[in-house]
Design a protein around this ligand. Structure first.
Ligand SMILES: C[S@@+](CC[C@H](N)C(=O)[O-])C[C@H]1O[C@@H](n2cnc3c(N)ncnc32)[C@H](O)[C@@H]1O
Length: 183
């Protein structure tokens, strides 16, 4: 589904504007889990320097072919980022965290996002919430959605302040989150 043009349009017109509403991305942005690039192709038009880390090798190659001249696309694991501390003005991820099989691994990603952010930088993103169609789509696939109630505490445990977690206004919609690395 994430490779379809319909998905890319929905991301561009609805999901991304909602997920990043009011978020200042700054000059050096890191996207975790770009997949087929539905968000990346929008972000690359909006930010000065974009880096993305994708765990799947084939998908990374595909992205490098399509966008490698405009973004730095790296094969790697978001829970062990190959960057020094305090490298980015913002870290973002969309519709990705439910593909991470355990809460512990998701928490490692939150800690890594915090580590590579400059003081004052923002971690922001969104993910789906379970419903009938989403469960059907994930039969035989990883589906570890983020419980909105515990997410603020988990982001705070990683070090973030000014944490906000809320739900998409339409029924059955996803969750968005943001937190800041303190100055
Ligand atoms: C459902 S896709 C979403 C892709 C894209 N963000 C979008 O919204 O269209 C999730 C992507 O996250 C990647 N991913 C999962 N775990 C990851 C990890 N630990 N590090 C980096 N990428 C990961 C998957 O390989 C997949 O490409």
């Amino acid at each position: 589904m994430c490779s379809s043009e319909k998905w890319a349009q929905g991301v561009r017109d609805r999901l991304l504007p909602w997920a990043l509403e009011g978020v200042e991305l700054g000059d050096e942005v890191l996207e975790l889990g770009p997949g087929y690039g539905a968000n990346l192709r929008v972000l690359v038009e909006q930010v000065p320097v974009l880096t993305a880390v994708e765990i799947d090798e084939d998908t990374t190659r595909l992205l490098q072919k399509g966008w490698g001249d405009r973004a730095r696309i790296i094969h790697g694991d978001a829970s062990e980022l190959p960057f020094p501390d305090r490298d980015f003005s913002s870290v973002v991820c969309f519709t990705m965290l439910h593909h991470v099989p355990t809460a512990e691994a998701q928490d490692r990603i939150f800690r890594e996002a915090f580590r590579v952010l400059r003081p004052g930088g923002v971690f922001a993103g969104s993910d789906s919430q379970p419903n009938f169609r989403f469960r059907l789509l994930h039969i035989g696939d990883t589906m570890n959605t983020l419980p909105p109630k515990t997410l603020p505490g988990r982001l705070e445990a990683a070090g973030f302040t000014d944490v906000v977690v809320d739900r998409y206004p339409e029924r059955g919609g996803g969750v968005r989150f943001r937190g800041r690395r303190p100055e």
